[in-house]
Design a protein around this ligand. Structure first.
Ligand code: FAD
Ligand code: EPU
Length: 337
């Protein structure tokens, strides 16, 4: 194993923030990961996947462990379902394409989400009406303290909207090493009602889509809205969509009759934070090297050379303004380090 020192993390985070990791190691086997966790010289450790959900605001003193554990295997099959285990360092989108190439259904709506498979349970990634939890069977994770490997089933992960135990009471305690998914091998259940998927398929004259065609539609929609991190630094949605009590929603609705919302439960609704941010006048706003994306107000961007602190400061101004105008609290989705 090759431990490097004073390594720039710019190529390892999609915001493209240039901070330095004091110590840095890439792991590609479970044995290497266990050996790294035993190292006494580096008490602080930070696991990094694709770096697509972090904002780095300062140099990192910890040993940064870059997860590149590879491997995909079919672990069991029934008549119409299959369990597929993917190691944590697999790229999420490449893994989705692998499932589609085998005609395994379930993950197509989550095409083109950046990052690693191993990070997908942390915030229960989701897009276009499907969340990770809908096809999650279990994951394996190493406890950083005890170095024991534990399996977590779906209930134990306590998945919620952009949430799991790994963001709550088990935060920072485990490194996920693999995730097992339950997928369909026939009679795939398609979810095409969400967002512009149907319109995209209609435009192509597709009436009876395959899972590959749904994936292509999702990819096209995402490419039209979200900035490509290879061209403009970003971490996707910077904030979560706030889930508020219906009474709060009705109060705001009085003043803003065009306020959109989605039902969550009998008593709660979800409000698109992108709408609130746009209404507050931030959409497309640029402050030097950074700003708010012109096509998606929920995405903060680094045009090149911005610092994490500058982007964090902008995010605080947005949060305060939304609170002041709408009396609604928006929380960051991105992990701020
Ligand atoms: P990283 O940024 O590397 O890590 C995120 C956090 O998880 C860090 O705190 C890190 O320490 C921890 N971590 C990383 N790996 C592990 C591990 N193996 N075990 C334990 N902890 C770990 N998200 C969605 O849900 N839906 C979307 O539609 C979506 N669209 C996006 C679009 C763009 C353009 C971008 C840039 C991001 C988008 N995201 C979306 C956010 C992001 O892709 C996901 O959160 C993704 O799961 C992050 O994976 P990562 O490997 O890059 O995580
Ligand atoms: N909207 C605006 N202005 C904007 C952006 C959005 O008014 O600039 C409003 C519109 O009313 C629009 C609604 O917000 O109809 C929803 O917008 P969109 O479909 O783009 O989705 P989103 O709520 O902004 C969420 C996820 C995305 C995910 C998409 C598609 C969160 C925080 N974000 O975005 O996930 O890809 O839905 O399912 O839930 C991410 O987590 O990083 C991410 C990109």
């Amino acid at each position: 194993m090759n431990i490097q020192h004073n390594v720039s993390l710019k190529p390892y985070n999609t915001f493209g923030i240039d901070v330095v990791a004091k110590h840095f190691v890439t792991i590609s086997t479970l044995e290497d990961l266990k050996a790294v966790l035993e190292l006494k010289d580096y008490p602080e450790k930070l696991i990094l996947g694709g770096g697509s959900n972090i904002l780095l605001t300062k140099d990192v003193n910890a040993l940064v462990i870059l997860s590149r554990l590879k491997g995909i295997s079919i672990t069991s099959k029934t008549d119409d379902t299959v369990l597929v285990k993917a190691n944590a360092g697999e790229n999420w989108h490449e893994f989705v394409l692998w499932t589609l190439s085998h005609d395994f259904g379930g993950l197509e709506n989550m095409s083109l989400i950046p990052g690693n498979v191993g990070t997908s349970p942390i915030q229960n990634i989701g897009a276009y009406g499907i969340e990770l939890k809908d096809h999650f069977e279990s994951c394996e994770a190493i406890n950083i303290e005890t170095k024991t490997l534990t399996t977590f089933n779906k209930e134990e992960c306590e998945f919620g909207y952009r949430n799991s135990i790994f963001k709550q009471h088990e935060k920072g305690k485990y490194i996920i090493t693999s995730v097992t998914f339950k997928l369909t091998t026939k009679n795939h259940i398609l979810h095409t009602n969400y967002g512009a998927i149907t319109a995209e398929l209609d435009a192509k004259g597709i009436t009876n889509p395959t899972i590959q065609e749904v994936s292509n539609a999702v990819i096209a929609i995402r490419q039209s809205k979200l900035p490509d991190p290879k061209k403009i630094g970003n971490s996707g949605s910077f904030f979560k969509n706030p889930v508020v009590d219906k009474s709060v929603y009705l109060q705001v609705l009085k003043q803003f009759p065009d306020l959109p919302s989605y039902p969550v439960s009998e008593t709660e609704v979800k409000i698109p934070a992108g709408w609130l941010i746009e209404k507050a006048g931030f959409k497309g706003k640029r402050l030097g090297n950074y700003g708010v994306h012109q096509n998606q107000a929920l995405v903060l961007v680094n045009y090149g050379g911005a610092t994490g602190c500058e982007i964090l400061k902008l995010s605080s101004v947005i949060q305060q303004t939304i609170q002041r105008i709408f009396n609604i609290t928006i929380e960051s989705e991105v992990n701020i380090l």
